[in-house]
Design a protein around this ligand. Structure first.
Ligand code: PLP
Length: 486
């Protein structure tokens, strides 16, 4: 049942006793949100000096992925696998069943996934990109096109490594950071139909909807848009898959922002969203609330069979696919917790809290604030750094130097080179992402981050130079790129 809808306080029911207005003062003040958990174990993190950080940055070739975690005070590199598990999840770890085949923990996970998504077949994988590898091995061929809303980097990688193409059909509003569109992850139906008209059906194995859409700023996709994409795709005979890493956060935004959805539970909304697709890939390191894992869930038996073969080759037997039994057990619990409204409210309020602080300081951020991260617009923040010198990377290194906060570039380094021309691809936005790990930091940390970024903002005119690449890999270069000061 929908818990939050059930708690109507008695004194607002019908005015049988008008005298009740007597209480119309602070008693009715809206209570601030507080985390629906308390902390049982803490982990020490350490400050460092600016001098130390400058030296470490140089040793890391100005690539923040090369820093040691001990050189970082607050780590906002990613919300992937960096969250805190609950006591229930730690308990589940102890009861995990490590059988090679037919493990009870697999059964628990399978039942949970069926309950949440209604997809009947489950293939665990070691993480989200492995799910992409397995599914795309079956579905994607050279020369294919995969339309969708700003594909995630590993997703695009798995498409391009197969000499296929990802086509971004995200609505234009997503690329204007000041535009307050409530669903900036939505797909533009005209752009999508253009793809369906341009390419023959055989070249379009599926349309991929990413919920929420990370690359456009952790922005949600509305239920209405999912339905419309489904209707259009049906007319052209194209199935829909979901890249579902943050499906619960997406459902939260639907509940909060979409008319008619406010009284439904997160689980009901998520299930309806999934009902418009034929399958999904999942990175359990996000809304699975675990530190590692992923899966594919789908309904087509033939695709499941073919994907099972690939799973066995690359991941492991089909009832564990690269995961320990205990990790599947913790994931089953995590999926249930992540789809509770109270949890999502506290998680997303914290991200919003940080975003609002930055807005108060006049810092240009993607609005509305996304579900898992705040995105800072480096082109507005550092207008003097040319795009050839990677302004978002420059800003990320300055934030680290300032206060030991590690963030990540979502800009030209991430966008990689065009696979054919080998030219830099300049995305519409050049962002620094502050990804907030789940249940990990307090709002004091958020205050610290906000002030650190304000300090960089106040000295932005002194930042005159960016970076040049000295070495890069063929694909997904941002993870290992080496830079020097320009
Ligand atoms: C994280 C993520 C992936 C890849 O998952 P990994 O677990 O990191 O391999 C794919 N798509 C989206 C939207 C993601 O956020």
């Amino acid at each position: 049942m929908n818990k939050e809808a059930a708690v109507t306080p008695i004194f607002v029911q019908k005015s049988q006793f008008p005298i009740i207005n007597f209480f119309n003062y602070s008693l009715f003040m809206k209570l601030p949100y507080a985390e629906p958990y308390r902390i049982k174990m803490v982990e020490e993190i350490r400050q460092s000096t600016q001098e130390e950080r400058k030296q470490w940055l140089k040793e890391a070739d100005y690539n923040l992925f090369n820093l040691k975690s001990s050189q970082v005070f607050i780590d906002l590199l990613t919300d992937s696998g960096t969250g805190a598990m609950s006591d229930q999840q730690w308990g589940a770890l102890m009861t995990g069943d490590e059988s090679y085949a037919g493990s009870r923990s697999f059964e628990e996970l399978h039942e949970t996934v069926k309950k949440i998504t209604d997809f009947q077949y489950l293939l665990p994988t070691h993480q989200g990109r492995a799910a992409e590898n397995v599914l795309f091995s079956v579905l994607v061929k050279e020369g294919d096109v995969i339309p969708g809303n700003s594909h995630f980097d590993t997703t695009k990688g798995h498409i391009e490594i197969r000499k296929a193409h990802a086509i971004d059909c995200t609505i234009d509003e997503a690329f204007d950071i000041e535009n307050l569109h409530p669903f900036k992850g939505n797909i533009n139906l005209e752009k999508l139909e253009e793809v369906y008209k341009t390419y023959p059906k055989e070249k379009i194995p599926f349309c991929l909807i990413t919920i929420t859409c990370n690359s456009s700023g952790g922005q949600p996709v509305s239920l209405e848009n999912v339905k419309a994409v489904k209707e259009l795709s049906d007319r052209y005979g194209i199935p829909i898959y979901f890249d579902s890493a943050r499906f619960a956060e997406n459902a939260y935004f639907i509940k909060k922002r979409e008319k008619g959805q406010e009284n439904r539970s997160i689980k009901e909304i998520a299930k309806e969203v999934f009902s418009y697709g034929v399958g999904m890939t999942m990175s359990s390191k996000k809304d699975g609330l675990v530190n590692i894992g992923g899966f594919i869930a789908l309904n087509d038996e033939n695709i499941f069979r073919a994907a099972s073969n690939i799973t066995i080759i690359y991941e492991g037997f089909i009832t564990y696919g690269g995961m320990a039994g205990r990790d599947m057990a913790a994931l089953a619990v995590g999926l249930n917790e992540a789809t509770e409204f109270e949890y999502l409210e506290s998680r997303i309020s914290q991200v919003e809290y940080l975003g609002n602080k930055l807005i108060e300081f006049g810092i240009p951020v993607q609005k509305p604030i996304g579900g898992h991260a705040v995105f800072v617009d480096s082109l507005k923040f550092l207008p003097n750094i040319p795009r050839e010198e990677y302004p978002a990377q420059t800003l990320a290194t300055e934030i680290y130097k300032e206060a030991g906060i590690r963030t990540v570039e979502i800009g030209t380094l991430l966008a990689d080179r065009d696979p054919e021309t080998r030219e830099n691809r300049y995305p519409k936005l050049e962002l620094v992402r502050l990804a907030i790990p789940r249940r990990t930091y307090t709002n004091n940390h958020m205050d610290y981050i906000a002030v650190a970024i304000k300090n960089v903002f106040d000295r932005r005119d002194e930042i005159k130079k960016g970076y040049q690449i000295t070495w890069e890999s063929e694909i997904l270069r941002h993870f290992t790129v080496k830079l020097k000061e320009a």
